[in-house]
Design a binder for this molecule. Structure first.
Ligand SMILES: *[C@@H]1O[C@H](CO)[C@@H](O)[C@H](O)[C@H]1NC(C)=O
Ligand SMILES: *[C@@H]1O[C@H](CO)[C@@H](O)[C@H](O)[C@H]1NC(C)=O
Ligand SMILES: *[C@@H]1O[C@H](CO)[C@@H](O)[C@H](O)[C@H]1NC(C)=O
Ligand SMILES: *[C@@H]1O[C@H](CO)[C@@H](O)[C@H](O)[C@H]1NC(C)=O
Ligand SMILES: *[C@@H]1O[C@H](CO)[C@@H](O)[C@H](O)[C@H]1NC(C)=O
Ligand SMILES: *[C@@H]1O[C@H](CO)[C@@H](O)[C@H](O)[C@H]1NC(C)=O
Ligand SMILES: *[C@@H]1O[C@H](CO)[C@@H](O)[C@H](O)[C@H]1NC(C)=O
Length: 451
């Protein structure tokens, strides 16, 4: 039998019709509101590596006696291949969870997911004291529970497990604060995803207090209630190992000259959709990836010596940014801006750049414009949008035409490059003609003179 069967038997979740569906290619098994009659259906989930339980109500089993397991059951749990268990659309009494969680210590389950669950009441976690669990990743999405503030003491019984946890996500769950003490428990955590909550500027400072999340490398604060760039910088300053910070979809404001220094390890920074109309400063100095797409930027001028990827799609740029001060750049995305020409000669200078996307811009195809984009297409990878999404906007007779289809005749276009040599050639011809005349004239004249 599988750990889930045991859990469900233990919990007495034996009502309503339901059954399990196993997808062999995906090694994924989904069970909908299991009942006692359909429980045999769960046997087919045994070879699955992912088991999902959807629907049901655990509330009425709070008082159900849960005894210890005998050695054969423990051995059987140890032989299961299940790596991930998902609980969805369930009402979970916290007290029940606290009682069954220790059974996971006999399994190899590494990921535990709760989606659209409601945690009810407060559990007594004392039985978990000193207990290790194999679970390394814990995800909560769209869950509600009693507030965490003031319960640090109670959760401290979970600390021998939580201090080994590597990934934690609590998303779309209306979280407004993270008490300082909670972060201090997660000593090995390297990824924390708090996307789509209601964290504000003032709740960040305590969340990342001294000693909290000392190993954290990846932090997502996407779509929260953050407004101050400076205050976010101050709050994460103590996260020495932080490499990847996602602040996308917050409405950030430029603070009058901020003096805060970002963690030096920060390499990936996401400021997409943050309402920016100028580049905020200071930027983390060792950035390799910077996403400032979906903002209102009119101009960008940055110099970051290790920057490799720069995303600026969906802005209001009138011109491609100068990339001379980003010598390591290999990727530059400029789709959906107001750029009329691409500086392909600069690209030639910067040999590393190979991935450029600049579809959806109003190209000026009068002359050098179309030629420049066509030349660029020969030098770099212009993305999936080439050629169908690269269109001329001006001059009027080219409007709507594909840039690729514009015939770029050398004479028409590069007046300086073509007209000058032509003039020089003509001048030389003229000079040659004159010299010929001068040289030949004596011959013509000589006979006359001789005569
Ligand atoms: C199993 O999942 C794969 C990939 O999603 C899908 O193509 C296939 O149809 C599924 N098989 C069954 C029996 O549902
Ligand atoms: C979130 O969870 C609640 C139950 O707690 C559910 O009613 C709702 O449909 C879920 N929302 C989404 C977007 O999944
Ligand atoms: C939580 O901790 C407090 C203080 O340590 C204790 O009095 C209380 O009984 C605990 N509650 C539960 C549900 O464990
Ligand atoms: C977001 O922050 C603003 C001010 O900082 C506050 O007025 C508002 O209530 C907050 N919204 C949420 C959902 O927390
Ligand atoms: C930045 O965040 C947005 C979502 O807000 C996402 O679509 C995008 O892929 C992220 N950029 C990077 C470089 O990860
Ligand atoms: C550019 O805009 C078009 C049309 O609004 C949209 O379909 C496309 O996804 C956008 N591309 C990018 C990279 O933002
Ligand atoms: C397009 O480029 C030509 C030649 O460089 C210039 O004369 C013209 O003003 C430009 N048109 C627009 C709309 O920028």
């Amino acid at each position: 039998m599988n750990v889930a069967v045991l859990l469900l038997l233990g919990l007495g979740l034996l009502e309503a019709e339901g059954r399990c569906f196993f997808n062999r290619t995906q090694e994924h098994c989904v069970c909908y509101s299991l009942s006692q009659e359909s429980l045999s259906s769960i046997i087919q989930c045994l070879p699955a590596s992912v088991v999902e339980f959807r629907g049901g109500e655990l509330e009425r089993y709070v008082a159900f006696p849960i005894s210890d397991l005998d050695p054969s059951a423990i051995e059987m749990l140890g032989s299961l291949v299940i790596r991930k268990i998902i609980f969805g659309d369930l009402l979970v009494p916290e007290i029940l969870l606290a009682r069954v969680l220790r059974f996971f210590s006999y399994t190899h389950v590494q990921e535990l997911v709760f989606e659209s669950c409601i945690f009810e009441g407060r559990g007594n976690w004392a039985e978990m004291a000193g207990q290790d669990l194999p679970i390394l990743s814990l995800y909560f999405h769209n869950v509600t529970s009693a507030p965490l503030t003031g319960r640090e003491e109670n959760f401290s019984s979970l600390s021998s497990w939580l201090e080994t946890l590597q990934e934690l996500a609590v998303t779309a769950s209306h979280v407004t604060s993270l008490p300082c003490g909670i972060g201090r428990v997660f000593r090995a955590l390297h990824s924390l995803d708090m996307a789509r909550n209601s964290l504000g500027d003032e709740s960040l400072m305590p969340a990342f207090c001294k000693g909290a999340f000392p190993q954290l490398q990846v932090l997502s604060l996407q779509r929260n209630n953050l407004t101050s760039y400076h205050s976010v910088c101050k709050s994460v300053q103590l996260l020495r190992e932080l490499q990847h910070l996602d602040l996308s979809q917050n409405k950030l404001m430029a603070d009058p000259s901020s003096s805060c220094q970002w963690p030096v390890a920060l390499r990936i920074f996401n400021l997409s959709g943050t309402g920016l109309d100028e580049v905020l400063t200071p930027l983390p100095p060792s950035l390799e990836v910077l996403d400032m797409s979906c903002n209102h930027l009119h101009a960008v001028d940055i110099s970051l010596s290790s920057l490799k990827k720069l995303f600026l799609s969906q802005n209001m740029l009138q011109a491609a940014p100068s990339i001379r001060n980003c010598p390591m750049l290999d990727t530059l995305h400029l789709d959906n801006n107001s750029i009329t020409e691409l500086p392909w000669d600069e690209v030639k200078l910067l040999g590393r750049l190979w991935d450029v996307a600049a579809a959806g811009n109003p190209y000026n195809c009068s002359c050098s414009g179309a030629g420049g984009v066509q030349a660029l297409a020969g030098l770099v990878h212009l993305g999936q949008g080439w050629p169908q999404d690269y269109r001329c906007h001006s001059p009027p007779h080219y409007q709507g035409r594909l840039v690729k289809d514009v015939l770029v005749s050398a004479l028409q276009c590069n007046s300086a490059a073509v007209i000058v040599p032509v003039c020089v050639a003509l001048t030389l011809l003229g000079v040659a003609g004159a010299i010929y005349l001068v040289r030949s004239r004596p011959r013509l004249v000589r006979p006359c003179l001789r005569v």
